[in-house]
Design a protein around this ligand. Structure first.
Ligand code: BG6
Length: 478
């Protein structure tokens, strides 16, 4: 099987995990810059002030800031058609609430986009990917405040105008549905309560504040879509959902209903608002049952209706299983864990690998929304071994990606309009959940370890050559 001509094969990154240069060129600190490293079992700490002697992985990350030409040349060598990246909001507006943008920051991305243009690589730009300016956290408690909508729109206005001839595809928020989970409060919205000292520590979570923040992002996203289209009618602006495909553990109707509820509340709620332009009925019931009252301005409903996205994008790493029985064995996962699925293998970080789940998900999404879909993250976080001769033989990664691409092709044969696949972390970068370098996704190895040692040199892995062939054959040679 092959993909349609014009299919966007590529890779994805995010500035907070990839770019580094955290205080260079006038950039201000972001929420990510205040997070220490962690591991699979030790959570990342969030520090309100930077601690001397503590290692902060995002500060240098893998220095795309200083290596962008080399990295883009490597992507071009693989034949990339699309590169997903994010703009560091705090590189453009260092505190988030400044009134004038930082020219040096704007220039940096202009150079990056020119470099991509040189190789005919289409940029796909995430406007906000876990990198809220920390100034907005300090001043407003992040997206908890409605005031942040205007700051976000000023930022959008600046980048839309500046890059209107260089960028066509945009994503308003990375994994916006992360805010349906406690972990998303700080990660996706910069909300920092007194007493929150660790990423994923839920003790000070307040669902009322979190869902209100989500509403603010919905409104901001809808306004950004309208603004973008008014600046350049050719813009294609999408949503981005962390898709957690959910199965019932047994045919027990209780399990089936529970799985459906989870699917609605963690996956569908955001797609429904952003694609269809209104909160679905199940959301109203959920808010009522939880005592959550979403404060809305009178014109919000109209704004959501008029700001529907042009395409739907999502990350897909794994599936989860839900059970009404509290005694069944649990496993970890991307944002959300679940019950152990005996039919699936898991990665070293406990994420259950489910390629067929991708076909199932693509079909469900297309049946529901009927707009073009993009898989903008998918990949295997694994420990790579550099052999004595310098080679990295990551057959496990090739197998993971091949199995998922096969299922994507099946979905296309099922009639799904899939237009892009940007595999996650195409060049090794810092893990979002753990802050590690050890959890690698890339086609290109970066010489750097968990403590920040290494010369940042880039080495293509075996998967680099494999993916090059996949792209050259438009998916035929897997
Ligand atoms: C997604 C995020 O949730 O998963 C990325 O959008 C993240 O930022 C990716 O890196 C993989 O997760 P992790 O924790 O392995 O880096």
């Amino acid at each position: 099987m092959k993909m349609k001509d014009g299919f966007f094969w590529g890779g994805a990154t995010a500035a907070n995990q990839y770019e580094g240069g955290w205080n260079q060129g006038g950039k201000g600190p972001s929420t990510s810059d205040m997070m220490t490293g962690g591991t699979h079992t030790v959570p990342r700490r969030i520090t309100r002030e930077l601690e001397e002697g503590t290692y902060y992985p995002s500060h240098e990350a893998v220095d795309f800031y200083g290596h962008y030409k080399e990295d883009i040349a490597l992507m071009a060598k693989m034949g990339f058609k699309m590169f997903r990246m994010s703009i560091n909001w705090s590189r453009i507006y260092p505190t988030g609430y400044d009134t004038e943008p930082n020219e040096e920051g704007l220039k940096f991305y202009e150079n990056v986009f020119s470099e991509l243009e040189k190789y005919d690589i289409e940029p796909l730009v995430t406007i906000s990917h876990y990198e809220t300016p920390f100034g907005l956290t300090e001043k407003y408690n992040g997206w908890a405040s409605r005031d942040v909508i205007d700051h976000y729109l000023r930022y959008c206005d600046t980048i839309f105008n500046r890059y209107k001839n260089q960028v066509k595809y945009w994503l308003t928020f990375n994994e916006i549905n992360c805010l349906t989970m406690p972990m998303g409060g700080y990660l996706a919205a910069g909300i920092l309560f007194e007493g929150t000292t660790e990423l994923g520590n839920n003790s000070s979570d307040d669902p009322q504040v979190r869902f209100q923040a989500l509403h603010h992002q919905f409104v901001a996203s809808a306004k950004a879509v309208q603004l973008g289209h008014s600046i350049n009618p050719d813009f294609k602006i999408g949503c981005m959902i962390a898709y957690m495909t959910t199965y019932p553990n047994t045919p027990n109707p209780k399990d089936i209903l529970l799985a459906q509820k989870k699917d609605q509340l963690s996956n569908m709620i955001c797609g429904d608002v952003q694609v269809r332009g209104a909160y679905p009925g199940f959301a109203h019931r959920f808010f009522e049952e939880q005592g959550i009252k979403i404060e809305q301005h009178p014109d919000d409903a109209e704004t959501l209706k008029n700001g529907c996205v042009d395409f739907y994008s999502f990350s897909y790493y794994m599936s989860i299983v839900e059970s009404a029985d509290p005694n069944v064995e649990k496993v970890g996962g991307n944002l959300l864990g679940g019950v152990k699925n005996p039919y699936l293998e898991a990665s070293d970080w406990g994420w259950q690998i489910d390629p067929e789940g991708l076909r199932y998900t693509l079909n469900n999404l297309y049946d529901r929304y009927q707009i073009p879909l993009m898989v903008v993250e998918n990949g295997l976080g694994a420990v790579d071994v550099v052999e004595e001769d310098g080679s990295i033989n990551d057959d496990y990664r090739i197998n993971y990606l091949r199995d998922h691409i096969v299922q994507m092709q099946e979905a296309v044969a099922d009639g799904v309009d899939l237009i892009a696949y940007t595999m996650w972390g195409c060049i090794d970068l810092v893990s979002a959940s753990t802050g590690e370098m050890k959890k690698r996704y890339g086609f290109v190895h970066v010489n750097k370890d968990n403590d920040g040692n290494g010369d940042l040199s880039r080495t293509p892995k075996k998967s680099f050559y494999w993916y090059k062939d996949v792209i050259a054959s438009n998916g035929e040679n897997l």
